[in-house]
Each structure stands twice: as structure tokens, then as C-alpha cells.
Design a protein around this ligand. Sequence first.
Ligand code: IMP
Length: 423
Amino acid sequence: MAVDLLLGLQWGDEGKGKIVDVLTKDYDIIARFQGGPNAGHTLEFDGIKHVLRTIPSGIFHKKAINVIGNGVVIDPVVFIKELEGLDQFNIDYKAKLIISRKAHLILPTHRLLDAASEASKGKAKIGSTLKGIGPTYMDKTGRNGIRVGDLELDSWKEKYRNLADKHEAMIKFYNVDVQYDLEEMEVEFFEAIKLLKELTFIDSEEYLNQAIKEGKTILAEGAQGSLLDIDFGTYPFVTSSNTTAAGACTGLGIAPNKVKEVYGIFKAYTTRVGSGPFPTELFDEVASNMAKVGHEFGAVTGRPRRCGWLDLVALKYACQVNGVTQLNMMKGDVLSGFGSLKVCTSYNYKGKAISHLPYNIEPENVTPIYTEFPCWKEDLTKMTSPSQFPKELNEYIDFLEKELEIPIKIVSVGPDRKQTINR
Ligand code: IMP
């Protein structure tokens, strides 16, 4: 059997958690392949809202096995708190959640290094979630990292001490004011490690490839969004992993020819949290309405998200890089009653109209060129079938499908599992 991928096509926060949750009933295994607790995947059902950080979004379903892949970085402290949050739901996570031995660990000093690095950048800061993501991936590629599998070795604490000492020296080198009590942080960390070790560690690439051979269905769950990809995103204002389709292969150990469907998730408008260029960003009442109606505040940091119109140039780029086979449009309900809508269909780039995403999309180089649409007025949140969609929404969807040349198969009209319409 093949593997399907689910990815965000913008700057994250597209609503991936909700769609994974909706789709999990069709899959035996849900596997996270990159990122870490910088993610906040929000799921809503039976009147309860839950935010997952590292745990795959299939954890609430009865049957699915949830795999944390080798491409993920795990902060044991955050992870254990996340598990505790599941207790109220009576989830047997010891049976349903397994972790790759090759996943890297976020140490307390990685979090401190993140803070020191950001503080040293001043105005040029990335706007990181400060969860230690960048420094952990740096240690991974620098071949210094500590992996989950190391916890099974007696020598791991020695390795830990050496690395933590090195990090402390690096923090001093940044010469910024970062206050911390490492001993206190370590008490919490080692306690969390003890609990983490009660879970099952696996050779996940072997597990997943055997599952494929046995005909099991696998959904690979991405975190963040394509425009935050370390290679293809708006560098340096990106995260430190490959959030695009290729990241699923390296982050799980599955071959490209095993990938079948690629579900691309996008919002009917655009948001971004943290620094970096955002050509269709708005600074007016329209943006504040999007933020207010769409509850556009970061699920992890609570920071307000920047809001703007849908950017088709960037969306086409993301569809291309990922090989998206079907699209899911989220939050169309937020735009009800907006009067008119704009979609950016090309850029004025240094005086010339272009329709691809160029190397530099800073405001001094790029001005968006828009196509305008009348907006739907109806409340979409109670709709249950595409036959109820207003004419204006159908026109918007038809236009996007034609431009992107990919079908929009799911339209989400609210945060709850039930507010999901198949087309
Ligand atoms: P980091 O991955 O925490 O270092 O953050 C790097 C950039 O990616 C910052 O602009 C963050 O705001 C952004 N970012 C990281 N994770 C997410 C996410 O899950 N959703 C949206 N933005 C994110």
C-alpha cells in the first residue's frame, strides 16, 4: 500500500490538525515527519478543543497507530505535558504512540541557545517560537545531536553533559542577557526522560516499510507550512526542517515511489506569524476582521498572526514543489460578508509582471497584482453539502481550481470535525 501526505501550503496554521483528524478514520498509521513543539495542531470535536504539539493528530482515533518519525525533534518536557493533557480522554498512548529511535532530542540548553540567538539578531530576528528547534537541527546536521535511541545506552548522560557544557559556552559567546537556572531545568528534563522511556522506541523506517508491505494505510502529517521550508521557504525567515513533500521521505524513511496522494491544505486567505516577507499582507480593517473572526492567534505562542489576501503565486509554487494532487480549502467561513475579496494572481517584480515566486519577495521588489471577486454573505458554518454553497463561493473555488489545476476536494467551514464538506 502507498503513503499519502498531508502538508500546509502557506506559512503554517492552515488547519492541518483538523484535516488529519478528519482523515484518520481511513488510515492505519499516522506519522509525523518533521518539526517539533513549534507546531500547534488544533483539533475540535464534541465541544472540546485540543492542541497537539509533537504527537500526531491521529491520537484521538480508536484504531490508528501514531508514529513520531526520525525527522521530528522532541522536547521531553513539552512532550510529557502533552501526554498528561491526553489523560482526560482515556487514551492508551502507551499502545497507540511509538517513537523513532532516530528522532533527535531538544535539550534545555537548545531552548536557551534559541533565545540567545534571537536576542543577538535584534531587529533581524526570525520571530522563532523559541522552542529550541533551530539549535537542535543544527546539532543534528553538525553531527552532535542526541537521539531517542541514545537513551537506551548507558553512556548517554556523559554525551548529554558534554553537549550541554558546549552549549553554555556558546550562550556566553552570544553575549546577550539570557537568565537561566540550568540545574532546575535539568531536574524537569531528566524526570521527563524517565517518563519518555516508558514509551516504545522503534526503528521507524523498518516499521513503516513493513507496514507498507502488509498493505497498511499510512498518512504522513506535516507541520508548519511550505513557505517555512528550510530550502524552499522565505529564507532566513523559515523553520529549520523540510516541511515540503521531500521531508516526508527523509523524515520517515519512505521512498518517493511509495507516495500516492499529496493533500495540500490552504486557508482562503493568508496568515503568517513571526518575521519575514508577506507580499499580500494587509494593515487595515480587513486584516483586523480576518484576525478577529478567524481567531488568528498562534496556537503555541499566542502571538497575533499577520493577515492578508490569498497569494496564488505563492500557492502555485507550493503546489509545484510538493506535487499536490488534491486541495483542501480552510476557513472560507471567516470571509462571509467581507464585501469583496482579492486574490493575488501575479507580482509586479522590479517593474515587470511575473507569475512565479522569485528569489526575493521583499516589499521593495514585489507588489501584488490582484483579481477582485464579490464575496459571499451567507454564514457557511451550518452548511453540510456543496449544494448549499452560495454562488460567489462556488465562483471563488472554481477560479482557484482553474488557476491551480488541482481539485479542491474538501472545504472546511468551521473548526469542528463535523464542519467539513467533501466536494
Ligand atoms: P521556529 O521553527 O520556532 O524556529 O520558528 C521559525 C519561524 O517559523 C518563525 O517565524 C515562527 O513563527 C514560524 N513557525 C514555526 N512553527 C510554526 C507553526 O507551527 N505555525 C506557524 N508558524 C510557525
